[in-house]
Design a protein around this ligand. Structure first.
Ligand code: PLP
Length: 493
């Protein structure tokens, strides 16, 4: 492809992007394809000779697009959303244009310096203390919340072992690592357990209360028990907005307890952290400024394309001490003089994308007010949706609706009434009925998922797509209502 051909196809790509996004709600949200559909449609051998790029684009339209789920559709209410905005897309285009590798300052000083600036802006927008991004603190972009949590556990492990050695120089670090234990709740995203698993560390999931909240007292008890067994508790994740129900742990209590025992406390605000751009959510986030580290995914609910997780650590040296290795070929005078840092010293891989550009484009284009409007728009939609659920009367609301996630289920008594004969186990019947409802909804033009709440099947509805609006919200409700009528029809239940 020569430069002029690129220009032509790139112009067409921009038109395609706008047409796609502006008409996305007219498409079926999920593709109607079966597993391995693609193998039958494309050659099994790579092309021996160059192909005309128009044929590649034709295949993109006829083979790839039919296999896509449309995450930015207003009919998408599964998982948590992923970010999109036009300025962020432009950021991706310009980043791809530069095609750099920003692992150190030398490789493009703007990459490092814009990342510092945007992370500082973001922290200020979220109400985070300066300790998270200045002095000993550092804000750094990671690829995902999972990477962010992993990095903080690495830092905490290193700091803990060093502290043990400072008390007793005979401590063997390898032996000490076998005693370390990581905590999270039974509602914490699996990334904390996964990080512990990768690192070969012990992990304990602590039970939450009826509202899916991890209490400080539960942590305290676990620490007492584990210390009595000779273990060394050293890390806890508290969540601001859990994955299943968007609940908020007792963050002030957990942070205090962790501090008391010398445990590193991390706040995972991957999803709900974005809401903190609106001051009215800050009262829910008490304690976050007392923790050791914090992460939020701008690529979930704050208009920035995947991938973009902001990780803030108060003790940046702990992280660097744990992972930084600087071979001679990566040394240069500004680094040696201490005038600059290498961003690769804060992450697993050496290479890194210029991700701050899309963040900078997005913040500048929206401003704080535009970002607040985006979040509040979804809150208005979920409030509207919730009022319809309440008016219907057949559903229980299973979570505290604090953000734009509502968890519902058909009340067990309606499942009993619809059953041919009353079931011996009303919970099992309700679970079966609600699972059927999810399948039917997903076959009817909406995409959502179920989850499990202490043994009860719940239906999660997240209204947070780029193209969520009143029309799509009403559509979601009309589908749920119609499918509920069908599921509760006496012959079915
Ligand atoms: N933490 C929470 C609370 C989440 O909800 C999720 C995903 O939904 C994650 C972490 C994992 O995010 P990532 O895909 O960025 O690793």
């Amino acid at each position: 492809m020569n430069a002029e051909e690129f220009r032509k196809f790139a112009h067409e790509a921009v038109d395609a992007a706008v047409d796609y996004m502006e008409n996305i709600n007219d498409r079926p949200v999920r593709p109607a394809v079966e597993p391995n559909y693609l193998r039958d449609l494309l050659p099994q051998q790579p092309p021996a000779k160059p192909e005309n790029f128009q044929t590649v684009i034709d295949d993109f339209n006829h083979v790839i697009m039919p296999g896509m789920t449309h995450w930015h559709s207003g009919k998408f209410c599964a998982y948590y959303p992923t970010g999109f905005s036009y300025p962020s897309l432009l950021g991706e285009i310009y980043t791809a244009m530069l095609a750099t590798n920003g692992f150190n300052w030398l490789n493009g000083p703007a990459i490092t310096e814009l990342e510092y600036l945007t992370m500082e802006w973001m922290a200020k927008m979220l109400g985070l203390d300066a300790a998270y991004y200045s002095g000993d603190g550092r804000g750094i972009i990671q690829g995902s919340a999972s990477e962010a949590v992993f990095m903080t556990i690495v830092a905490a492990k290193n700091r803990t072992i060093k502290a043990l050695q400072a008390k007793d120089p005979s401590v063997d670090p390898w032996e000490a690592a076998t005693k370390l234990i990581v905590y999270a709740s039974d509602q914490t995203h699996s990334c904390t357990e996964k990080a512990a698993k990768i690192m070969g560390l012990r992990f304990r999931a602590l039970p939450t209360d009826d509202t899916c909240v991890l209490k400080a007292e539960t942590l305290r008890q676990a620490v007492d028990e584990d210390q009595a067994q000779g273990l060394v508790p050293f890390f806890v994740t508290a969540t601001f907005g859990t994955t299943s129900t968007a609940s908020i742990d007792d963050i002030p209590g957990i942070v205090d307890t962790a501090r008391h025992f010398g445990i590193w406390s991390h706040i995972d605000a991957a999803y709900a952290g974005s809401a903190l751009v609106c001051p009215e959510f800050r009262s829910l986030a008490g304690g976050i400024n007392g923790a050791d580290s914090f992460n939020v995914n701008l690529h979930k609910w704050l208009l920035v394309h995947f991938d973009c997780t902001c990780l803030y650590v108060k003790d940046k040296q702990a992280l660097k001490d744990a992972i930084a290795i600087t071979p001679s070929y990566q040394q240069y005078k500004e680094l040696i003089s201490g005038a600059v840092e290498n961003l690769c010293d804060y992450q697993i891989s050496l290479g890194r994308r210029f991700r701050a550009l899309k963040v900078w484009f997005t913040i500048r284009s929206y401003g704080i007010s535009g970002m607040q409007k985006f979040i509040r728009g979804h809150i208005d939609l979920i409030t509207h949706f919730k009022s319809q659920v309440e008016a219907d009367g057949r559903f229980e609301i299973m979570n505290k609706v604090q953000f734009n996630l509502i968890c519902i289920r058909i009340k067990p008594e309606y499942c009993q009434i619809a059953a041919a004969s009353p079931a011996a186990d009303p919970t099992a019947l309700a679970n079966l009925t609600n699972s059927r409802l999810v399948d039917l909804i997903n076959a009817s033009g909406v995409f959502l998922i179920k989850s499990d709440l202490h043994g009860k099947v719940i239906i999660r509805v997240v209204i947070g797509s780029f193209k969520s609006d009143m029309l799509s919200t009403d559509f979601i409700w009309s589908v749920i209502k119609r499918c509920t009528d069908e599921v509760l029809a006496p012959t079915i239940c």
